[in-house]
Design a protein around this ligand. Structure first.
Ligand SMILES: NC(=O)c1ccc[n+]([C@@H]2O[C@H](COP(=O)([O-])OP(=O)(O)OC[C@H]3O[C@@H](n4cnc5c(N)ncnc54)[C@H](OP(=O)(O)O)[C@@H]3O)[C@@H](O)[C@H]2O)c1
Length: 250
């Protein structure tokens, strides 16, 4: 099931673990060649590559700190050289520090804003010239962009920027049929949650408060990304789709 992506090229920032890996795996399963990115863990990258390559498409991992704009440029130079184009851009990598607004150090604020928001802008700027008409751009956000999550300020604010970049890009690229959308997740059990010192209690609390009675899976996030990049979603642009089992509703 799913659209045939043979001949398409996709880039997934932070595609070596968690949600990014699930997205990269789905894209390659549908036939796309996939470039993934990581910064700290070469071991995760190697494991991810072994996993993705089982689908038989081309895949390599590019090490670059998405918080450093100079390191982002060669990612797209290499994609251009190797594949000549990019059909699918997924801006997934994110990082941040736990703390209240008053706790945020300048350095940590800058890391979140650069790695999460500025990197998305930079990727769009570098990708768009090599994207054919009707290409697809998807960003990842979280409920902290619109709601208060204790200790999540520096990430939550950067996610608000991501959702707004999504809207601006959607309008600016609409005439080319390129859609730009965002998937905002509720709680998904990945390493990212370990930024919260009390994450085990948080998962129990979120599970109890979620109408569907559980946290989400990485595959459920990837499934929404796969819909957004499909031809079926050609009239859908500039939107943030909340995927949270109903958590944000009551
Ligand atoms: N988990 C959730 O509950 C949840 C909910 C909603 C939205 N999201 C969003 O979904 C996305 C993925 O989250 P996740 O939970 O899958 O995260 P994760 O398990 O922590 O994985 C993060 C990925 O990003 C990479 N990465 C981190 N910092 C990077 C940097 N500076 N440069 C390049 N790569 C970097 C990591 O690679 P290295 O470790 O090698 O650096 C890894 O591949 C994020 O945008 C997150 O905000 C997550």
């Amino acid at each position: 099931m799913g659209q045939d992506l043979k001949g398409k090229t996709a880039f997934v920032s932070g595609g070596t673990r968690g949600i990014g890996l699930a997205i990269a795996k789905r894209l390659s399963k549908q036939g796309a060649n996939v470039v993934i990115n990581y910064f700290r863990s070469r071991q995760s990258a190697d494991e991810a590559l072994a996993d993705i390559k089982e689908n038989g498409t081309e895949c390599y991992a590019h090490r670059a700190n998405m918080g450093n704009m100079d390191q982002i440029v060669p990612i797209f130079d290499k994609i251009k050289e190797k594949f000549g184009k990019l059909d699918i851009l997924v801006s997934n990598a994110a990082i941040g520090h736990y703390g209240t607004l008053l706790d945020i150090k300048d350095k940590n604020w800058n890391i979140s804003m650069e790695t999460n928001a500025h990197a998305f802008l930079k990727c769009i700027q570098l990708a768009e010239p090599m994207m054919p008409d009707k290409s697809r751009i998807v960003s990842l956000s979280s409920l902290g962009s619109i709601r208060y999550i204790p200790g999540y300020a520096s990430i939550g604010v950067s996610k608000s920027a991501i959702e707004n970049i999504t809207r601006y890009a959607a309008v600016e690229f609409a005439s080319r049929g390129i859609t730009v959308n965002c998937v905002s997740g509720g709680f998904i059990a990945t390493d990212a949650l370990k930024v919260f010192p009390n994450y085990k209690e948080m998962i129990a609390e979120v599970t109890a408060r979620t109408p569907m009675g559980r946290v989400g899976t990485v595959e459920e996030m990837a499934a929404v990304v796969l819909f957004l990049i499909s031809n079926e979603a050609s009239w859908l642009t500039g939107q943030t789709i909340i995927v949270d089992g109903g958590y944000s509703l009551p």
